[in-house]
Design a protein around this ligand. Sequence first.
Ligand code: MG
Length: 384
Amino acid sequence: MKRLAILGSTGSIGQSTLSIVEQFPDRYQVATLAAGRNVDEAFAQAVRWRPKLVSLSSEELAAQLCKRLNEAGISGTQVVYGSEGTVACSTHPEADFVVSAIVGVAGLEATHAAILAGKPVGLANKECMVAAGEILTAAARERNVPILPIDSEHNAVHQCMRVGDHKEVKFIWLTASGGPFRKTQLSEFAAITPEQALKHPTWVMGRRITIDSATMLNKGLEIIEACRLFNVPASQVRVTIHPQSTVHSLVEYVDGSILAQISMTDMRLPILYALAYPERPASNLTFDLAALRHLDFEEPDFERFPCLRLAYEAAERGGAHCIALNAADEVAVEAFLDRRIPFTEIAGTIGKVLASTPESHPATIAEVLASDREAREKAHALVA
Ligand code: MG
């Protein structure tokens, strides 16, 4: 029996994780839930799963949840709040496995604390690896703590890496759907509206990640994530446009063999893989091979998608540049969604923030967060 700490329990990965717990009651239990701002959902989850600990983002929300749990006659669930509350969830003595699915750098401290506490982590939060990958993987290696990627591409790579030796890997190939503007002319990019950018062809996701997919910055973050998770230089990570999103990623070995992972486009599969690793439990997530018609692969266009080039640059320089890439993008995407900057200025803003970022490699999470704040301030000034 694995007892789970779920960080980001009310988000889509959190809810999918709970549906896996529901499906495999003999394998998984809920120990703690870090729920953020959604009190209604946190209450429903606490009633259903009876965790030891629930964390909400603020003291006020925690008090609301406490009151509702009392009124419902539910005892045995402690309510905490803030970043300390999230850390309490991720390091709780009764948690054996931590699902890190809080969006943004908010989940960083708790994920780091979980690794320091020796708990295996299923990582769905790519910003953690981008901003602090060097720190997190060093801590994990030192303590021999597995970090299992839940991001579909990295999960696929993890699966393909199991059959070969690290030194035999030539390239990691991350697949990208190409987003809604795969065929859009460069001259039309400046006029792209938030409505157009929010339509993703294959995955239904949150707003920031959908825009990141349209600019391909999401793939850029994944390049950095792959470098850190699999300990390879950026030159060994390549991107291929695969509009069907059927192959979730590939690993090319030095002998010329390329291994690909194919499965349903459903996040429950990578979540189950991470939770059960190294086992593979039987599931009903069956892929219909007979329905498969085309697998197209093409080279990405760095001119129309400059965010990819910026991400390679950041990946090579590491440290503060990776932090700045992520932070500047978050600010720029928000400004684009508020119609304060055109689509093309998302990359423009990131490029300017990167250019003004001095070379540095934060050694602690506090330094990472300070560097993140600094980059955000620069980006805010640029989009104002
Ligand atoms: Mg992905």
